[in-house]
Design a protein around this ligand. Structure first.
Ligand SMILES: Cc1cc2nc3c(=O)[nH]c(=O)nc-3n(C[C@H](O)[C@H](O)[C@H](O)COP(=O)(O)OP(=O)(O)OC[C@H]3O[C@@H](n4cnc5c(N)ncnc54)[C@H](O)[C@@H]3O)c2cc1C
Length: 443
């Protein structure tokens, strides 16, 4: 599997990953252009949610000539592989963390930003004939052990200043929603929902095409140079020059793409298994409501949801290196975690899963993303730390505004570059150490 810390660029012409979404979704992607234009105003690299939203805004609201290139099929990265949890926020900092760091006014403004991201996602949902196969039931953040309860309760108290509808479920109320020995209480966020990520990508791609964006698949950017005040990109489909470049490659950004981006994020594999459809007895035994999303309080979180056809999707961390991503032991780890979460599914957890896949999320050193200009006439948005389905819809819009020279709101996401990792070549070693520690201390 492509590994951003090992390979110079993704190999091109690859279809979407073999996932539950890919196998069960009738999509209607627009036809991509057959040839790469030689010249344009703006090239956007990466056709996931960030790149598609940025390109859409640049073409529709700023009437720019935009070419959107992806190494592979449109949305080949995380945007067609995620679990489809549409949740408030991004990164790993809660509103309570933001309030502690920057005060109540900034935390409120960040909350408003998250609501704007939701509003944009709702508009995309309306633009999709299948309404993204949305499952509205909210999201449960579950204390996976007793010691996690006080901190979770404290975070709810602060959260309710911004989100009065969020509420506490005690242990027995939680058990009625999700019958697991690993739930001691939970916060219920009523506004979150589940969606089909592939439908979202296809809907965005159609909107882009209608707005006049030239969509080019199978065009991996392999080399980048400056030429007469313009950027010249050498891709696997030929050369293109542009006045400005938007980099929307996020967790798939190779170390070699551009020097200004080296060492600024840690690409981390997140993996998902999907079981066969559960029987009605199995569904009863786990108690999970059909439309609810669940994530736990572990540092290395597990998350799960029932899919519209009654299968259970269960996700968590994957391998460290791309070359290990498909090794069966990582699917087995997730199955063991599933069996620990739902002992009544022990037998199911001993059988092979129907689907297993992984993707690269991008982790920022200080746990929150940045939208900024890393070098002259280059713009980027990266570092969602695995939480980008909702936020990337707005991030793409903000990225377009920045590209057009507009001032962005005075929020931490928009005020500084991504911090460089100290000793970037040791990022993987640090990650391995962190995984060992988390396992040993049962975090
Ligand atoms: C298994 C998994 C589950 C997840 N679940 C959730 C979830 O439930 N909720 C949530 O909020 N977030 C989730 N995420 C994270 C979320 O999917 C991402 O934050 C989001 O999709 C990022 O979108 P993006 O457009 O920024 O990047 P991507 O969608 O990753 O797009 C980057 C694109 O850049 C292209 N590219 C890279 N290099 C080049 C190059 N040199 N030339 C041309 N193209 C290039 C790639 O082909 C790729 O298509 C999950 C991620 C994974 C992997």
């Amino acid at each position: 599997m492509y590994d951003p810390l090992v390979h110079d660029f993704p190999s091109s012409q690859q279809p979407h990953a073999r996932s539950y979404w890919q196998a069960h979704t009738a999509t209607n992607f627009p036809n991509a252009a057959t040839a790469l234009p030689e010249r344009t105003d703006i090239v956007v690299i990466g056709a996931g949610y960030t790149g598609l939203n940025a390109a859409l805004e640049l073409a529709k609201h700023y009437q720019q000539n935009v070419v959107l290139v992806d190494a592979n099929q449109l949305g080949w990265g995380c945007s067609t592989r995620n679990a489809g949890f549409a949740m408030p926020g991004t990164g790993r900092l809660s509103l309570a963390d933001w309030q502690k760091r920057c005060g109540a006014a900034t935390a409120q403004a960040i909350y408003n930003e998250y609501q704007a991201a939701f509003a944009r996602l709702e508009a995309h949902l309306q633009a999709c004939p299948q309404q993204l196969e949305v499952q509205r039931g909210g999201y449960l953040k579950v204390a996976h052990r007793l010691q996690a309860v006080p901190a979770l309760q404290r975070s709810l108290e602060q959260l309710q200043q911004f989100e009065p509808d969020a509420r506490w479920l005690d242990s027995s109320q939680t058990q009625q929603r999700v019958n697991t020995p690993q739930a001691y209480g939970a916060i219920h966020y009523p506004n979150s929902f589940g969606l089909n990520p592939l439908l979202l990508t296809a809907s965005l791609a159609r909107q882009c095409q209608q707005a006049g964006v030239t969509l080019v698949e199978g065009a991996a950017v392999m080399h980048w140079e400056r030429h007469e005040q313009r950027h010249r990109l050498h891709t696997s489909k030929g050369k293109i020059t542009a006045a400005k470049v938007v980099v929307a490659t996020n967790g798939y950004t190779s170390n070699q793409l551009h020097p200004s981006l080296q060492g600024r994020t840690l690409p981390v594999l997140s993996s998902v298994i999907v079981t066969r459809p559960l029987t009605s007895d199995e569904r009863r035994s786990i108690g999970l409501q059909g439309n609810e999303l669940v994530m736990d309080t572990r540092v290395l979180k597990y998350y799960y949801r029932l899919l519209p056809d009654g299968r259970l999707l269960f996700g968590g961390r994957g391998a460290i290196r791309g070359k290990d991503a498909q090794h069966p032991r990582y699917a087995r780890h997730l199955l063991e975690a599933l069996a620990g979460t739902f002992p009544s599914l022990q037998a199911l957890a001993k059988t092979p899963v129907d689907y297993y896949w992984s993707g690269w999320i991008s982790v920022a050193l200080d746990n929150y993303p940045r939208i900024y200009s890393p070098a002259d006439s280059i713009y980027t948005s990266m570092g969602y730390c695995g939480s980008g389905v909702t936020f990337s819809q707005l991030a793409g819009q903000r990225l377009a505004q920045l590209t057009m020279g507009e001032k962005l709101p005075e929020l931490p996401f928009y005020q500084s570059p991504l911090a460089k990792f100290p000793l970037p070549s040791l990022r993987r070693l640090g990650q391995w150490g962190f995984y060992q520690l988390a396992r040993w201390r049962r975090l």
